[in-house]
Design a protein around this ligand. Structure first.
Ligand code: ATP
Ligand code: MG
Length: 424
């Protein structure tokens, strides 16, 4: 017998039992985005490799070791997108959406990174991201944070995610800080692990979020990024902190938060949780005022974030069981006997015409009435509609309330009106 072919490690199937919850969560997230006036943008999953190298930066985990890159039949180097911002900026420039305009955009979809799969970390995962272009003030940064805070409330997990903030300043301020930091690290090279040694000149700020405790301890005495911030960066950051305080959003300033990607400046933020083990960041973002220009557009300020949907789902499952209740239907249509098949289909379609919101499922595959009622219960139906030979002949239907057990016989033409009363 042939060997079964299995899914690729770290790339998951989402089965009906999972998709119901996913749709519910996504529906909640989209409603909030709409409420803030954000519009969806849909982008290709594959882009030219240089786009990611230029946007994300060569000395990053993603570009160094996580991208799925391949040559297509023309010999062009293509990459499965590891994140959404680069493609969004590429599309914005290509379609003239960015210059002299304001855009509030969101996207959702699969991202691909070659990582070691574990809980909350996969090779195909999904992000919902938002990007705002053309606005430079801290008020937009605050809006994005308020929007995400509203998500957590709507999903019932607000108590379990915490906001961490930092400012990484302007490119210039960071360059000055970089020199001071490298100078300090050079005196402590013995503490560095292999990874940090590779990075200390190429991307020294990444040492700040190293997970190595010895490196973290050594950095306690290092120069602080906040001392190197220029006036404009300081004002932007103070502005943001004030807006968040006014809005009642608690936060902590984490001076070691620098984010993995090169393109950020000014604000960086993460929503973190202690409920997901090592995979503690649910949502991460920041300002990236130089990226549009770096990718060939005219300079446009921008800020955005990306949220990992799988981590969010794990949190909601763990913390808000109400939200994860399986979906149910309203009405289950049962039929048996001569002419019942046609009559059932006609009745179902007529009821759907009258009540488009109703969730009505028709029994197929036969079975006696008792068996069909069991199926109705399995789907959590409130009401069963029953068509036997007598009802079909008399153009009637039996309407059974599956909670109280009461039933009545009606003309088929009255079905929708009666259902609307019972389910209101
Ligand atoms: P981490 O430090 O966990 O590797 P990251 O800094 O690489 O995260 P970002 O590139 O900022 O992550 O992506 C934003 C969000 O996307 C993360 O906070 C997380 O929720 C989610 N995410 C990133 N990588 C993965 C992955 N491999 N599997 C599942 N979710 C992921
Ligand atoms: Mg990562």
């Amino acid at each position: 017998m042939a060997k079964n072919i299995q899914a690729i490690r770290g790339m998951n199937d989402y089965l009906p039992k999972d998709t119901a919850l996913l749709q519910r969560i996504e529906g909640t997230l989209k409603k909030v985005l709409e409420g803030y006036g954000y519009s969806e943008i849909r982008l290709p999953i594959v882009e030219q490799t240089p786009l990611f190298k230029r946007a994300i930066g060569e000395v990053t985990d993603i570009v160094e070791k996580e991208m799925y890159t391949f040559d297509d039949r023309n010999g062009d180097s293509l990459t499965l997108r590891p994140e959404g911002t680069a493609g969004c900026v590429r599309a914005g420039i290509e379609h003239g959406l960015l210059y002299h305009q304001e855009q509030r955009l969101w996207y959702i979809g699969p991202m691909f990174r070659y990582e070691r799969p574990q809980k909350g970390r996969y090779r195909q995962f999904h992000q919902l991201g938002a990007e705002v272009f053309g606005l430079h003030g801290p008020d937009v940064d605050a809006e994005l944070i308020l929007l995400t805070a509203r998500w957590w409330k709507a999903l019932g997990i607000a108590e379990h995610v915490k906001l961490e903030l930092n400012s990484i300043g302007s490119l210039e301020a960071r360059a000055n800080y970089r020199n001071a930091l490298v100078g300090f690290i050079e005196q402590h090279v013995d503490v560095l692990d292999e990874d940090c040694r590779c990075r200390m000149y190429r991307n020294p700020l990444r040492l700040l979020d190293s997970k190595n405790p010895d490196v973290q301890a050594m950095l306690n005495d290092a120069p602080r990024l906040s001392e190197y911030l220029d006036e404009a960066s300081r004002a932007h950051f103070t502005g943001l902190c004030e807006l968040l305080a006014q809005a009642g959003i608690p936060y902590t300033i984490n001076e070691r938060l620098v984010r993995g990607l090169d393109y950020y400046n000014h604000t960086v933020f993460e929503w973190v949780t202690t409920n997901l083990g090592a995979q503690c960041t649910v949502c991460a973002g920041g300002r990236y005022d130089s990226l549009v220009e770096q990718l060939g557009g005219r300079a446009v300020p921008a800020v955005g974030f990306a949220m990992g949907l799988e981590r969010l789902v794990l949190l909601v499952q763990a913390l808000n069981p109400d939200f994860t209740a399986p979906p149910t239907i309203d009405v289950y249509l049962i039929s048996s006997g001569a002419g019942a098949q046609v009559a059932a289909m006609q009745l179902a379609e007529r009821v759907r015409d009258a009540l488009p919101q109703l969730k009505l499922m028709t029994n197929y595959g036969g079975g006696n009435f008792k068996k069909q009622i069991t199926r109705a219960d399995k789907w959590g139906a409130r009401v069963a509609l029953i068509l036997g030979e007598n009802e079909v002949a008399a153009l009637q239907v039996v309407v059974k309330d599956l909670r109280s057990g009461e039933q009545e016989t009606l003309a088929q033409s009255e079905t929708a009106t009666r259902l609307a009363q019972m389910l209101s």
